[in-house]
Ligand binder design. Structure first.
Ligand SMILES: [Zn+2]
Length: 387
């Protein structure tokens, strides 16, 4: 059982318990964990991000208020436990972070990694557990719904802090706990879903997720990212090790890679990899910083690219794993392109036509994609992975 929204006369939202059957009739189930206390002035990974997305979803009528039972927002979700987190991270990291909260509450904001890019405030530990838990609850809803429906809703955890850079021993690159990695282990442990396919289309390499599952044959990690961008890992030859060899696919791509390149990559690399792997569930590190307007990197995804990805991945999940698919918010630092692209993702999930052409009409900055270099990278990765 989980909860649903109901509008009261006063316009406020209340929760009601909701059955799996009711959730299974929805097209999207999402949770919102904005971590409002985890914030640093002028930092791109700010507490403005999730509220900006929620406001845009409302403005575009993509919330339960406007869509009835088609779109469900989980109101009551669990907080991740230390046990959940410890399936991916060391216990010493978890306890040190908890201890650092006292220091953070004295200082306001503190830097918690040596490179100084990742901060913590007094609420970071608690809000990071809430974020990870909000992801796990969406996994629960999607998996339970898939037991009574061949087309369960797609899940989306609108959460922060993000997770895919965090390593076993500590935080990195704005990330605290590896939300996707924790969810992958949880899907295996709690739901008995053995084979997990993770797609990471954030513009940066998901080094944390990569490392956790590098020798694991049951969790396939596929990352597309800008070659040479933070943190500099994810070379094309990094394909996993031991019995996990071949279950990691890294596709570094040149600056300027955009919509045309990504469509080809979906058809020639992502879909065939997933088809061959035969997953029980697909999890997605959904980073919106590959958008051409994003300030932190140099890809040229458009809002339409994100619609294509959402629609194609949803179809892949329907074809391969009973529709079980959950997106997790990672990067995306231009609030407008982030919000519009998440809205397009929702539109794809509910089978509504894209309005990307309208949203992208100010993209005069687009230039020709480096198609020869992209093709070469695709050929090389296909050769390495026998695709
Ligand atoms: Zn990123």
């Amino acid at each position: 059982m989980t909860s649903r929204n109901k509008c009261t006369k006063s316009g406020s939202i209340v929760c009601e318990m909701m059955s799996n059957e009711e959730i299974s009739g929805a097209k999207v189930v999402y949770s919102v964990a904005p971590a409002l206390g985890h914030n640093m002035e002028q930092h791109p990974e700010s507490s403005l991000r999730v509220p900006a997305i929620v406001t845009t979803l409302e403005k575009m009528h993509l919330t339960p208020k406007f869509r009835g039972s088609e779109i469900i927002q989980l109101q009551n979700f669990r907080t991740a436990t230390v046990e959940d987190i410890a399936s991916v991270h060391s216990r010493s990291y978890v306890s040190n972070l908890e201890k650092a909260m006292e220091w953070a509450s004295e200082e306001g904001v503190v830097s918690i990694n040596s490179s100084g890019d990742t901060y913590a405030t007094a609420t970071t530990f608690e809000e990071s557990l809430i974020a990870a838990g909000a992801g796990l609850s969406v996994v629960d809803s999607v998996v339970e719904a898939s037991k009574v429906s061949k087309k369960p809703p797609v899940g989306f955890a609108l959460i922060r802090p993000p997770g895919h850079h965090a390593i076993a021993e500590g935080p990195l690159g704005f990330c605290i706990f590896g939300n996707v990695a924790v969810a992958a282990r949880y899907a295996q442990r709690v739901h008995g879903l053995k084979r997990v396919f993770i797609i990471d289309f954030d513009v940066h390499h998901g080094n944390g997720t990569n490392d956790v599952f590098y020798d694991d044959p049951d969790i396939f990690f596929l990352s597309t990212h800008q070659d040479g961008s933070f943190p500099g890992t994810g070379k094309i030859d990094d394909i996993g090790c031991g019995s996990g060899e071949g279950a990691t696919l890294n596709l570094p791509l040149p600056e300027g890679t955009g919509d045309i390149g990504m469509r080809t990559i979906f058809d020639q690399v992502i879909a065939p990899s997933a088809q061959r792997f035969k997953p029980d569930i697909i999890l997605v590190s959904a980073g919106y910083d590959a958008h051409v307007l994003d300030p932190l990197a140099y890809f040229q995804f458009t809002t339409g690219t994100y619609y294509m990805l959402a629609s194609s991945i949803k179809q892949l999940a329907n074809d391969l794993c009973g529709g079980r698919c959950v997106f997790f918010l990672e990067g995306g630092y231009n609030l407008k392109s982030l919000s519009n692209s998440v809205a397009e993702t929702f539109r794809a999930f509910i089978d509504e036509p894209s309005i990307a052409a309208e949203l992208d009409d100010d993209l005069g900055c687009l230039y020709d994609e480096p198609s020869t270099k992209v093709k070469e990278a695709i050929q090389k990765v296909k050769h390495l992975h026998y695709l």
